[in-house]
Design a protein around this ligand. Structure first.
Ligand code: B12
Length: 170
């Protein structure tokens, strides 16, 4: 998908081809899901609840779906709100479902700006201490995660599982 992104950027391929690649990737993830369900430990016990969402304005969900796959295979209950999810919906659902962690994904520099907005909104509502906030997605960095006051960041899905477990321990 990285190559696809570079080819799109340099004008070698266009949106329909990027969409085709995304569909192929999602189909591959579906195949992988069966394997994770068989080998994962998800069915054994539930160590915590995590809400996952791709932030508002952002339709990219392949990475978030991979994070979901690995996290749900690691004994977490995952509440997946999908993509292009409004800040208010994320906070309402997190409260209603009493999750431990809110995991936010953004793939565009234009949409990652909503991540600090959620953190600020949680503080204003007096809910900041109720949830750990974990962020990720290609343009998100560890430095930026720190800057916006997120509790955790991971570059990829395996790291996301490790960070989620660390956040639960805290
Ligand atoms: C596939 C794709 C699409 C697909 C998305 C399909 C889908 N269902 O997701 C489609 C074709 C729809 C699309 C549309 C667009 N796209 Co696009 N897309 C991509 C592409 C090629 C790959 C993204 C991807 O899936 N990567 C593979 C996954 C596995 O990686 P990942 O998402 O980074 O996820 C991993 C980690 O980041 C991490 N992670 C992810 N989420 C989270 C969350 C947490 C909590 C944690 C801890 C970790 C974590 O773990 C994941 C697994 O290891 C990227 C290029 C790139 N290099 O990223 C462009 C890219 C993101 N798109 C881009 C653009 C511009 C667009 C469009 C605006 C194009 C247009 N002209 O319409 C639209 C935007 C639509 C919208 N409003 O969102 C730009 C963004 C540029 C920018 N500055 O922000 C990119 C970078 C391409 C480019 N080089 O120009 N896109």
């Amino acid at each position: 998908m990285e190559t696809v992104g570079c080819n799109f950027e340099s004008g070698k391929i266009f949106l329909p081809e990027m969409m085709e690649s995304a569909e192929a990737m999602n189909a591959g993830v579906e195949v992988f899901k069966t394997f994770i369900a068989e080998k994962g430990t998800g069915a054994l016990h539930n160590i915590g609840k995590i809400l996952l969402a791709t932030i508002q304005g952002d339709m990219h969900d392949i990475g978030k779906n991979i994070v979901k796959l690995l996290i749900s295979g690691s004994a977490f209950e995952v509440i997946d709100l999908g993509k292009d999810v409004k800040i208010s919906k994320i906070i309402d659902e997190a409260e209603e479902k009493e999750v431990n962690i809110i995991g936010l994904s953004a793939l565009m520099t234009t949409t990652m700006g909503y991540m600090p907005e959620i953190i600020e909104e949680l503080s204003e509502l007096g809910l900041r201490k109720e949830f750990k906030v974990m962020v990720g997605g290609a343009p998100v960095t560890e430095e930026w995660a720190k800057e916006i006051g997120a509790d955790g960041y991971a570059k990829e899905a395996v790291g996301a599982v490790r960070v989620a477990k660390e956040l639960l321990r805290k």
